[in-house]
Write a protein that binds this ligand. Structure first.
Ligand code: NOJ
Length: 735
């Protein structure tokens, strides 16, 4: 008896069932299921054949997977997209399996689907929660029209290590900003109602600690204290869970001697019990099987057993549950129960997504146009790091060069499963028709550009650099588009050196020698290290990240002053790689210094200061912060500061509130972000900006996970334009 058939032929029963609460409907489906079918729901496969064409004959691997699908051995798939493909595969699940339970279609819709927004780290730089929510909503609109109903986003991993390529996918280093962005993204993807066919189920990932890989290498063991776990790593997950995230994904990494996919205490203690997460927990790709090379599980059966005990509901591509699940369940009553509970959560999600009532509801004929949202986000994400008055560029002759200037691929970012190659509008295209001339410089990379392959850099061929600068010798200002290709950051793309390539440095050096003002537009998936000579020689530096499909126009509009530079850094920029991990919310240490002798916490060959601090970003105008007043308010404090636009243009600034705490029986970061608000000001005008600090925001968890309220000691409130500047108010709390 198929579930689809049941709907067709037992309509009165189905109608009654539809009025029942989801839990009761899930129970009735569960009661129809055999053990292999229960286990089948927990198996997730990557797209395995072109479902609209004939099955490839003689391909045993595909045949085995199709067989599993028809036997009810697949509950969800990933990387199957497009109305035709989704419909065809769903038809097999609905019409050719015994119960006809539909599949969920998951995909990495990370910063857009076919139309790409800037990378998530760039979006975080906007500090604009509404814009971030709109961007996630736009991605959901576009992806759901193509049959997708689940995105593996947002990544909420806090990281302080720009060597780790995946920082491009997160919201940076700060747990408060990270938590607010996690909420915004979850709400943007999911909307108010998961069964609305224009929304996607969100997935908070990677649970937990993946952003702390030892030595910055992706997939590596992670190392962090319990204190770091509770106060930095978990808060964005908690915020995402509270915002209603339907799913969570395990991390690839291991900590404290246990791979995250097998970490029962973390999942049951923190995610399920403390945060109250009742949704679906999915493994990362193959992360159940990877517990074997981690040295943790004996074999795939053991790995399946451990992952199941650790609450992992869906096995993404390890084939561990499908191969060993039935046998495990038959030999251990606890495992049998666990599969049933996992299937219950998965079926609940299927009901909530509306798939049980209409398996094809996400396949719409028309695609929405979301380019306006992608442009808007690109305008809001670039960060002006330096400006000696050359920006915004007025009516002068501009020479544009640099390997990223005509780039239509690398500027899309790393996660673009469904976007077409070469589909971004380049900077060179966007300036056509203006008084700008583009001249090609030496290429940045040579050969293949692909998601799964290393990018090969042009290591030495600088010939075109000389030619480009010669062609632009009559121009007043040079704009150099340099940086990283999208395939230099992201998964599997850790870097030991964060410098611009030698060929790009050659171009910059030669451009500086012309004596013309040189504007650097840096495209990157992470903070990079710009040597002092590069910073000092630049007339301006605009950090454009990887701005996505509409990035060309957005960057030109910022350079020319049609839009203001809006972004502020969500990660600290190091002066050199040796400072990493570097973050603004560090502890004071017992020897903070600076001291005239050597015995304090510092480097002998580098400053402790970053190149650019967290929260930093310039505007085309300037702001003064005056008159900080703090008063006790019900439940906390209220800080008011006057911000004055002291420049000649209108503009906006992100007013940031940080706290410092001492003397409460624990150590606290020197500064922690606790609130922020954007203020828009006309030249000469000022505004009183009020920020709330709830008392519970001062609570910190100790190494045992207990919440310790801040009841006594020194409290410092600093309000300013970034984590390194501001006005400070201090009080002593007496218990
Ligand atoms: C591996 C990545 O770590 C994860 O973030 C992603 O969602 C899955 N692959 C699926 O593509």
């Amino acid at each position: 008896m198929r579930f689809g058939t049941l709907l067709l032929f037992a309509l009165p029963l189905a109608a009654v069932a539809q009025r029942k609460p989801v839990a009761a409907r899930v129970d009735s489906v569960l009661s129809l299921m055999t053990l292999p079918e229960l286990v089948g729901q927990t198996n997730q496969y990557n797209g395995f054949w072109n479902a609209t064409g004939p099955m490839p004959a003689g391909n045993e691997w595909v045949e085995q997977r199709v067989k599993a699908l028809k036997q009810g051995g697949v509950g969800s798939v990933l990387n199957v997209a497009g109305v035709d493909q989704v419909r065809a595969l769903q038809k097999v699940a609905v019409e050719e399996t015994r119960l006809g339970i539909p599949l969920i279609f998951g995909l990495d819709v990370i910063h857009g689907y076919q139309t790409l927004s800037p990378i998530p780290l760039a979006e975080a730089a906007s500090w604009d929660l509404e814009a971030i929510k709109r961007s996630a909503r736009a991605a959901a609109l576009e992806a759901t029209a193509d049959g997708i109903n689940w995105t593996f986003a947002p990544m909420v991993d806090i990281s302080r290590d720009p060597r780790w390529g995946r920082v491009m996918e997160g919201a940076g280093e700060d747990p408060y900003l990270g938590a607010r962005i996690a909420e915004a993204r979850v709400r943007g993807f999911q909307g108010d109602n998961l069964s609305d066919p224009t929304t996607l189920a969100a997935c908070l990932k990677h649970f937990a600690g993946y952003g702390f890989p030892v030595s910055g290498k992706d997939y590596h063991t992670t190392d962090y204290s319990a204190h770091t776990l509770y106060n930095w790593i978990l808060p964005p997950f908690e915020a995402g869970v509270k915002a209603g995230a339907a799913t969570v994904m395990n991390a690839f990494s291991a900590a404290n001697g246990i791979p995250a996919t097998g970490d029962s205490a973390l999942v049951w203690g923190e995610l399920r019990r403390r945060m109250g997460f009742g949704g679906v927990l999915v493994s990362d790709w193959g992360s159940i099987g990877e517990m074997i090379p981690h040295g943790y599980a004996r074999d795939l059966r053991d790995a399946a057993d451990r992952a199941l005990a650790a609450g992992c509901d869906i096995d993404m591509e390890s084939d561990a549950y499908l191969r060993h699940g039935v046998e495990l369940a038959r030999s251990h009553p606890a495992d049998s129960l666990r599969f049933r509970e996992a299937a219950r959560r998965i079926l609940t999600l299927k009901f909530e997504l509306g798939l049980m009532d209409d398996p094809y509801r996400y396949c719409r004929a028309t695609k929405p146009d979301v380019r306006a949202e992608a442009y808007d986000m690109a305008v809001r994400s670039s960060v002006l790091l330096q400006n000696k008055g050359v920006l915004p560029i007025g009516s002068v002759l501009v020479g544009l060069t640099g390997p990223m200037a005509a780039e239509k691929n690398g500027v899309l970012g790393n996660w673009r499963v469904s976007a077409k190659d070469q589909s971004a509008q380049s900077l060179a295209e966007a300036v056509e028709g203006r008084c700008w001339t583009y001249a090609a410089s030496a290429p940045h990379s040579v050969g293949q550009e692909a998601f799964h392959a290393e990018l090969t850099l042009n290591a030495a061929d600088t010939k075109a650099n000389d030619a480009a600068l010669k062609a632009l010798r009559k121009h007043d200002v040079l704009v150099l588009a340099v940086g990283e290709h999208g395939y230099e950051s992201g998964e599997g793309r850790s870097r030991a050196s964060l410098r611009l390539s030698a060929v790009q440095q050659d171009l910059i050096r030669k451009a500086y020698k012309t004596g013309k003002p040189v504007v650097l537009v840096v495209y990157a998936g992470r903070p990079l290290v710009l040597e002092p000579w590069i910073q000092e020689g630049a007339a301006a530096i605009l950090w454009a990240w990887q701005p996505g499909t509409l990035g060309g126009q957005a960057v030109v509009d910022v350079l020319c002053g049609k839009s203001e530079p809006y972004g502020r850094l969500p990660m600290t920029f190091p002066r050199s790689e040796g400072q990493i991990p570097i973050h603004y919310d560090a502890f004071s240490t017992g020897r903070p210094g600076p001291k005239s002798e050597v015995f304090w916490s510092h480097y002998t060959d580098e400053s402790n200061a970053p190149a650019y601090p967290f929260g930093y970003g310039l505007s085309y105008t300037s702001f003064a912060y005056e008159n900080l007043q703090v008063r006790e308010a019900p439940g906390g404090w209220s800080a008011t500061v006057t911000v004055r636009n002291t420049g000649a243009r209108s503009g906006s600034d992100v007013v940031q509130l940080y706290v410092g705490r001492e003397g409460n029986g624990q150590i606290y970061p020197v500064k922690s972000l606790k609130a922020f608000k954007r203020v828009v000001l006309e030249p000469g005008s000022s505004a009183a900006v009020e920020l709330e600090l709830p008392r519970e925001a001062l609570t910190q968890r100790d190494g045992q996970g207990r919440s310790i309220p801040f009841t006594h000691g020194t409290l410092r409130i600093t309000v300013g334009p970034n984590s390194a500047e501001g006005l400070t108010w201090t009080t002593n709390l007496i218990p």
